[in-house]
Ligand binder design. Structure first.
Ligand code: PMP
Ligand code: GLN
Length: 393
């Protein structure tokens, strides 16, 4: 990895360093610590989905898939959008398969933005957003969500929109906070997007990981929004296959074509034999998706009560597989990055310092916050909690 200070690195990427997920997972491996940092499950997805990938490999589906993705997967994505969100997309032209949601985001941002355009987005923000916006020569305008509720401040959103704003980049259910935007918040975003004629890119990779009374609504389903919205999702979280990197974009043909124009020069295509397997997953009965959320909600409760028992102030997430805690009870100086770097040695657990998800100028907002992932087996969650308890005492 090129050092961020290295003079050959493009100025657009200076200051981004290497991703926090690589850093913290390497630390977990080096120290043999329990990795509650990078969000990936320590268990497999549905057997039928895994078998479909094995079958695809054995039956010779090992060459380049078509540029937009295999037809069967595009149909399955379209059916899934209709079943869960009531949204209708033509598999030809309105659905594009990508190398995970990460490439979908890169394609959408690089394919649409002009240098100098402004992108309004929710902060804390997933790390690739800012890097891709910078690569496009565009400018990030963050709107901060604050604990404990992490609700959207609509006035702050209004204030962030200016004459150069081109796009609103949404993420709901939201990483790292676990907030799920409610219908009133979505309506407010939609109203502003229409009033200012903005494109919306909506990252919905955690669409099925929603708990309690929260409901995930795609902003594309609100009146006047389908034609200006690119919806992005991925099979990684829904089928416990984060390493397969099968993602997608749905939207009106002109927006999808712009994203595709950039995407074709990034990977061109990817994940050949995993594409038919994700199609099988997307066609699983409703019961699969219900049980996925029910199981994760039990894991959430388990880690949440453990973190609280260990003495953290922990904010209850309504979605995703992450819990954010305030570490100041354990480290009064509130340095979350230092806390995460020393935690493996102190007790053999890894978390992610939320400060990396904030704009440079807003680091004080997230300095004392740390994210732990709960997509882990129950015995692993229990062991992590037991270790954190020792630090507390
Ligand atoms: N968006 C968000 C909010 C994420 O948390 C992630 C991480 N998985 C991604 C996008 C990237 O998804 P993928 O692994 O499918 O590229
Ligand atoms: N989305 C995952 C997370 O937030 C990790 C993705 C990655 O490693 N880039 O933990």
């Amino acid at each position: 990895m090129v050092d961020a200070q290295n003079s050959v690195l493009t100025s657009r990427l200076r200051g981004f360093g290497s991703t926090i997920f690589a850093e913290m997972t390497a630390l977990a491996t080096e120290k043999g610590a329990i990795n509650l940092g990078q969000g990936f499950p320590d268990y497999d997805g549905p057997r039928v989905v895994l078998d479909a990938a094995v079958d695809a490999i054995r039956s010779g589906q090992n060459q380049y898939p078509p540029g937009p993705g295999i037809a069967d997967l595009r149909s399955a994505i379209s059916e899934h959008q209709r079943r869960f969100h009531g949204l209708s997309y033509q598999p030809d032209g309105e659905v594009l398969v990508t190398a995970g949601a990460t490439e979908a985001l890169a394609g959408a941002l690089l394919g649409i933005l002009e240098a100098g355009d402004e992108v309004v987005l929710l902060e804390p923000m997933y790390d690739s957003y800012q890097a891709c916006i910078a690569l496009a020569g565009a400018v990030t305008r963050p709107v901060t969500l604050r604990p404990p509720s992490y609700r959207l401040d609509v006035d702050a959103l209004k204030a962030a929109i200016g004459p150069r704003t081109r796009m609103i980049l949404l993420n709901t259910p939201h990483n790292p906070t676990g907030a799920v935007l409610g219908i009133d918040e979505l309506r407010a975003v939609a109203e502003l997007a229409i009033e200012h004629d903005l494109i919306v890119v909506s990252d919905e990779v955690y669409e099925h990981l929603v708990y309690d009374d929260a409901r995930h609504v795609s902003i594309a389903s609100l009146p006047g929004m389908r034609e200006r919205t690119l919806v992005i999702s991925s099979g990684g979280k829904t089928f416990n296959t984060t390493g397969w990197k099968v993602g997608w974009i749905c939207g009106p043909a002109n927006l999808v074509a712009a994203a595709r124009a950039a995407k074709q020069f990034l990977t061109y295509v990817s994940s050949g034999p995993f594409q038919p397997a994700i199609a099988v997953g997307l066609r699983l009965p409703d019961s699969y998706f219900i049980e996925l959320a029910a199981d994760l909600s039990r894991k959430r409760d388990r880690l949440l009560s453990g973190l609280r028992a260990a003495g953290f102030e922990a904010y209850t997430p309504s979605g995703t597989y992450f819990i954010t805690v305030d570490i100041r009870s354990m480290r009064p100086d509130g340095d979350g990055y230092a806390f995460c770097r020393e935690l493996p040695d102190r007790c053999g657990v890894v978390g992610i310092p939320n400060v990396v998800f904030y704009d440079r100028t807003h680091e004080h907002e997230g300095r004392h916050l740390v994210r732990f992932a709960f997509c882990k087996r129950e015995e692993v969650i229990d062991e992590a909690v037991a270790r954190l308890m020792k630090v507390a005492s």
